[in-house]
Design a protein around this ligand. Structure first.
Ligand code: 0X9
Ligand code: ZN
Length: 316
């Protein structure tokens, strides 16, 4: 298809065109699905990648999403690169034939478009009506899921971590909920890709550990090792750990929801930042790093997917 290598960040329309083109050129393995829509009624599309059209329940599903946070542009490199490696240039046949994939490049379309054209550092969605006169807009989608909702987030619509009116008040978070519900018990691995910090986070945002914490930690360590083996020398090594311990407490996260709803291998990735002075620098993207970010993250994703395949089969 030659959609990739990107060598740069794609905007929303380009990503939409890209996944549409993939589904048209590879109809036997890739299907574009509309999971729902955003507050401003943009479609939220994902690609279903499967050699058996998701009908074979003996296969685990690996779910990968990016751009839940609008300004974390580099995260798209992980999902777009994965599509390329699964559909256009597959190298590891098993990962395509024995695993079904859900890949959602833009989990927060309104925020991403707003970050592209209006305010680069926008994080939340673009929900209005929370404050009279729309003084403050947007809900932090990664605080809007129903697990521990409201316990480590803000009730102020002006805050960057505003959790919304109630859990699942936002159409964007309902999309994830519907997908995980539809494929309950099959989504063995759930990856929520963010930036920045070179971290692989696991467990709940309140510090609680996942069901098999020992194995989860081991898988995360192995993913980090695989990424570090091919990372740029000037970038820091990945750090692995519980989200609350390594970063800060958070509630109502996508990862919390996935963990609580049957995805044992749930990880939040924080891709590397852009080294530069100034507080926003970490979200900026060096175009020369986009392909590398996709490539190195894929090295980690593969480790996780192989493990997900084994662990899912053992349960069957
Ligand atoms: O705060 C967040 O939502 C994430 N970090 S970011 O800098 N991308 O905003 C981390 C959320 C991790 N949450 C859980 N693992 N529960
Ligand atoms: Zn984020």
């Amino acid at each position: 298809v030659a959609g990739l290598p990107l060598g740069r960040i794609y905007n929303f329309d380009e990503i939409e065109n890209y996944i549409e083109r993939i589904s048209r050129m590879y109809p036997k393995v890739a299907t574009m699905v509309k999971g729902g829509h955003s507050f401003e009624h943009r479609p939220i599309h994902y690609l279903r990648i499967s050699t058996t059209d998701f009908r074979d329940e003996s296969k685990p599903i690996v779910y990968v999403q990016s751009l839940l946070h609008a300004r974390e542009w580099l995260s798209q490199a992980a999902t777009l690169y994965a599509i390329e490696k699964l559909v256009v240039n597959p190298e590891e046949h098993n990962l395509v034939s024995d695993v079904d994939w859900i890949i959602m490049p833009v989990a927060n379309p309104d925020g991403f478009v707003y970050s592209t054209f209006t305010a680069r550092s926008w994080r939340k969605n673009r929900a209005k009506g929370y404050k009279i006169g729309n003084v403050c807009v947007g809900v932090d989608l990664n605080r809007n899921y129903d697990v521990n909702w409201g316990t480590a987030s803000s009730s102020s619509p002006c805050s960057e971590t505003f959790h919304g009116r109630h859990a699942f008040s936002e159409p964007e978070t309902i999309v994830t909920k519907k997908i995980l519900h539809k494929y309950k018990g099959r989504v063995e691995m759930f990856l929520d890709i963010h930036s920045f910090g070179s971290l692989i986070l696991f467990g709940y945002g309140n510090g609680a550990l996942p069901p098999n914490a020992f194995m989860t930690n081991l898988v995360a360590q192995q993913m980090a090792t695989a990424i570090d083996a091919v990372k740029l020398r000037e970038n820091p090594a990945y750090t692995v750990g519980n989200s609350a311990m390594l970063l800060y407490p958070a509630s109502g996260c996508a990862a919390d929801y996935a963990l609580a709803n049957g995805s044992p291998l749930t990880f939040t990735f924080e891709l590397p930042g852009y080294k530069h002075n100034g507080s926003m620098a970490g979200f900026l993207v060096d175009p020369a790093f986009v392909d590398q970010a996709g490539y190195e993250t894929w090295e980690g994703i593969k480790i996780g997917a192989r493990y997900a395949l084994q662990s899912y089969r053992k349960k069957k």
